[in-house]
Ligand binder design. Structure first.
Ligand code: DC
Length: 226
């Protein structure tokens, strides 16, 4: 076992808008652990490409941007080259481009070690698509968080309207289905549950209920700490 493998990780993977980020933060808060929002790294790559006016069809260029990202996380704020981009990376246009650049193997490879560096004592909760399958395959607890597409689109619509952003439910649902299909069907690190993941369907669960399910599962795990 390597030194970092003695640091526990809970992975929470799942489709877009399944509530992974919210659940990951609340679980981490309850345990006093760190978090990794891995989707933010793909969103930051996409935003940096847009800001540099890059042709995102050129994989080697996108890979160069991913490898050289100057970023800082200061929850809930995210900085790119010293500038607060917390709102900018959440735009639908950036999310859609993030899902495209995330299909590029060179981009995923460029971001791999950066993600593993988040594994710091006393523990990490990482959310994304391949946390349990690729980034932290030895994680002692893996969750795959599902929710109906309709429920996810309604949640996203509500989130946006709370922020005063007008949103159309039908187009959100179509976007979300397109993104799910792209994330599931790509060749590299597709969105699939790890073989040893616990599948949790949150369609009919509240946030608190979902957090408690994850914490209950964690309390049942025996993890050898150093
Ligand atoms: O979780 P999110 O919506 O912020 O992620 C944005 C995009 O990044 C998503 O469409 C797919 C990609 N992603 C990924 O491929 N692997 C991850 N571990 C996290 C996100």
């Amino acid at each position: 076992m390597s030194a970092t493998q003695t640091i526990p990780v809970i992975t929470i993977d799942g489709p877009t808008a399944s509530g992974k980020g919210t659940i990951a933060h609340l679980v981490a808060e309850r345990l006093g652990w760190h978090t990794l929002d891995s989707g933010a790294l793909y969103r930051l790559t996409a935003l940096a490409c847009l800001r540099q006016g890059l042709d995102t069809e050129l994989e080697s260029e996108v890979e160069r941007v991913a490898a050289g990202l100057d970023i800082r996380f200061q929850h809930p704020a995210v900085f790119l080259a010293g500038q607060d981009v917390s709102e900018a990376i959440r735009q639908e246009q950036v999310g859609n481009l993030a899902s495209q650049v995330a299909a590029m193997p060179g981009v995923r490879a460029a971001l791999l070690q950066r993600q593993r560096d988040f594994r710091i004592a006393p523990g990490l909760v990482g959310d994304g698509r391949d946390m349990g399958t690729v980034v932290f395959p030895d994680a002692p607890l893996k969750i795959f968080l599902l929710a109906d597409a309709q429920v996810r689109a309604e949640r996203r619509c509500k989130q946006l309207s709370e922020k005063g952003i007008s949103a159309n439910l039908a187009s959100l649902l179509a976007d979300l289905r397109a993104r799910d299909a792209r994330d599931k069907n790509r060749t590299h690190a597709p969105l699939v549950p790890a073989q040893d993941a616990h599948i949790v369907d949150s369609s009919k669960l509240s946030i608190d209920e979902t957090v408690n399910i994850v914490l209950d599962l964690w309390s049942g795990v025996s993890f050898p700490t150093a």
